[in-house]
Design a binder for this molecule. Sequence first.
Ligand code: 13P
Length: 305
Amino acid sequence: MLVTGSDILVPARAGQYGVASFNSNNMEITQAIIHTAEKLRSPVMVQMSEGAIKYGGQDLANIIKDMANRASVPVALHLDHGSSYASALNAIRMGFTSVMIDASHHSFEDNAAETKRVVEAAHAMGITVESELGRLGGIEEHIVVDEKDAFLTDPDEAVRFIELTGTDYLAIAIGTSHGAFKGKGRPYIDQARIAKIGEMTSIPLVAHGSSGVPAEIVQRFRGAGGEIGEAAGIDDDDLREACQHGIAKVNVDTDLRLASTVGIREVLFANPKEFDPRKILGAARDVMAQVIEHKLRVLGSVGKA
Ligand code: 13P
């Protein structure tokens, strides 16, 4: 069933498990997410970025909504990194049940004011809101945040921000970054900061940049002719620990990009004569489903729906 973000995330925060929010850009990604969640009786979120809205628009939103409505587990359709009040409202008009307003690159006051405006409008329509405080390293859609300018979320500011805005869930900067290159070895994640913010707040916290970039998938990518540098993601144990301390929504995009490309590459590499899109995209869907299953098990949401 299609539900709001809070319907899914409030129980997750209380039960100390994480709900994955996977980015979708097409039918096969959406099927892999929702069918795997159903198989494992797990709540799940499907998110579209502004880029995905530009690419798939209302057509894709309708596919996700329809599948969510028919799903046997709770599913929310979420706007990832909404850049403005207008963008958040447009998503609500399109039928999203959860929206993010990301004004984290503005001053604290401007971020709080813009977030509050979105919260008031969204709540009037029964939709719940994610906002962000602090900055992630790496690339957030169009915004490139220089490593040295990236700053982590201050616990006292997080408390004040939640009070000022009424945000339903809050993305915090804890050292993670978007993409397949999160640092050498086991990328850093500031557990002490998560624990502190978790103690001082009660709303669900959100971790962006949470792909694991599994070594096996990277190997398969290379094995099927792909080229990729020193890729690394967030360790499974680090995510498990974060969910014990307040992280309830865990954003994953890169892992499905890699998994789908592995599926496509392997079919075409092994059989250059293949040109049936069902064989090609179906393989992508299968590899994504494996990666999704692993993530849902790591986060502990299996059996919670
Ligand atoms: P990854 O690049 O680690 O998948 O993070 C995606 C994300 O945080 C989207 O908001």
